[in-house]
Design a protein around this ligand. Sequence first.
Ligand SMILES: NC(=O)C1=CN([C@@H]2O[C@H](COP(=O)(O)OP(=O)(O)OC[C@H]3O[C@@H](n4cnc5c(N)ncnc54)[C@H](OP(=O)(O)O)[C@@H]3O)[C@@H](O)[C@H]2O)C=CC1
Ligand SMILES: CC(=O)C(=O)O
Ligand SMILES: [Mg+2]
Length: 591
Amino acid sequence: MESTLIKGMNGGSVVDDDKAGVIGGGVEDVYGEDRASHDQAITPWTLSLASGYTLLRDPRYNKGLAFTEKERDAHYLTGLLPPALFSQDLQEKRLMKILREYQVPLQRYMALMDLQERNEKLFYKLLIDNVEELLPVVYTPTVGEACQKYGSIFRRPQGLFISLKEKGKILEVLKNWPEKSIQVIVVTDGERILGLGDLGCQGMGIPVGKLSLYTALGGVRPSACLPITIDVGTNNKKLLEDDFYIGLRQNRATGEEYAELLEEFMSAVKQNYGEKVLIQFEDFANHNAFELLARYRTTHLVFNDDIQGTASVVLAGLVAALKLVGGTLADHTFLFLGAGEAGTGIAELIALEISKKTNAPLEETRKKIWLVDSKGLIVSSRKESLQHFKKPWAHEHEPVKELLGAVKAIKPTVLIGTSGVGKTFTKEVVEAMASFNEKPLILALSNPTSQSECTAEEAYTWSEGRAIFASGSPFDPVEFNGKVFVPGQANNAYIFPGFGLGLIMSGTIRVHDDMLLAASEALAAQVTEENYAKGLIYPPFTNIRKISAHIAANVAAKAYELGLASHLPRPKDLVKYAESCMYTPLYNSYR
Ligand SMILES: NC(=O)C1=CN([C@@H]2O[C@H](COP(=O)(O)OP(=O)(O)OC[C@H]3O[C@@H](n4cnc5c(N)ncnc54)[C@H](OP(=O)(O)O)[C@@H]3O)[C@@H](O)[C@H]2O)C=CC1
Ligand SMILES: CC(=O)C(=O)O
Ligand SMILES: [Mg+2]
């Protein structure tokens, strides 16, 4: 086969003629490319081939019918495409029409994954321009169903699979990944996928989905994102017996065997990608999650989204909600259903924020926060038998077995669901909240929708329209007594993309709790009077890139303040700098 060298961006054959382009999400396309987020120059596509056939199958550079006549000529594409020329906007219009025709959410998910595999820029343009419509497809709730059925819908592998079989050669496996300049890794071991439990290797849908949000919502370029699933087996009997299961067919490795694999992975990542690669732990079970975070937070740039990202987003919602319910955080009483990663992570950040604001010690500020787990209210008489992360919450109180009893005994102003169990905020629970609160604040955070502690309709109806409600997975607006209530989405997707961008653009080497508070503060500040008027405690996702830029700026500012940032000098205007770092999915022209 005769070789023809085709060069991309750095070969000088790509022209930025989209400089003035504006795409959705409220961020102007300053550079037409995401240059400022590059540590090194972009690797161009340099292919040896006889025709442009390969170019059409390279999702990073393929433009499909948007290749111009000149490009078709220059890149051996003539005849490989039908004659029509489509603009990127027309391509988007066509695809959105097709997507809307699918009745089944999983079909939309599969169509979007196919698009990502076929034409990356178009995929991200769709996602950014139609974020509210497509978020529930690439993310919760549909991604949950996709993970459950991953084996059956599997077409082409996405991300990197590292299994127990690769023990001793993880560095080699990392080197198989085609991209060398990685800035964010989202990694799972699949043991606690949303509220759906152990999905083993099929949890891969989560890192893939989270990273597509890193790009669409936070502007981190796709080539810098690496989804990883660590497969140590699964204890899900149904999957082990499923002919189409794609993972190792064995029970989960635990103890030393698990710890050694993770240690090798963490060392290999640092060796291969350096000190500044962000590793986001996602959907690990809590018996590993807390330990991994504690072990690696002083040696690596690590962030646990379920513990820390969730805490930051919920704190933002609570701070914003004060405008509607009044008082300061310290005036409120919090009750959680669920005392795992999300529950105790949020509780700790609320206590920290109150402590910072009031100068009261943490031990004191924790006392207004109560948690219920599967055995009932966490109280001091249970202390001995509690997991370490629950112990700080074992306050003096008589034992209470059920949530309803706890609600009646504690009389919280804020009720937060982080149990992973649906329908647990019953009519009686919501009515009790509404009986002693003028505006009960109710957050049903568990994902996906099937696991939500209650629906938006239930929260508004049972509280007679008085609840301020937000949920982990989205719900449609609800009409009650002639008034339309718009529920917010309390999901860590508001935080992690901007948070990660802030770390990357400042070259930060460690995550500090104050950065979570900084992210929270930035998000809360983005809620407008118009949002409050609708009862919203989060801004809509439509402007998420603008929001992410503000979060990134606040996080980076904190990193510089703490002396943890390495990109010097510090840019003067961090919001503008964050925006200039963001990847935009507009096509380049090829000479
Ligand atoms: N909206 C968002 O952004 C986020 C939402 N989540 C969601 O939160 C949920 C929990 O996640 P995570 O905290 O990581 O999970 P964990 O497994 O760490 O914690 C679950 C907690 O819920 C408790 N629990 C389970 N069943 C019941 C029950 N019937 N009654 C009372 N308590 C119960 C468990 O009790 P015990 O300890 O006794 O077993 C445990 O304390 C998931 O659905 C997840 O999708 C998570 C992160 C972010
Ligand atoms: C949103 C998320 O991270 C979770 O449900 O696990
Ligand atoms: Mg998660």
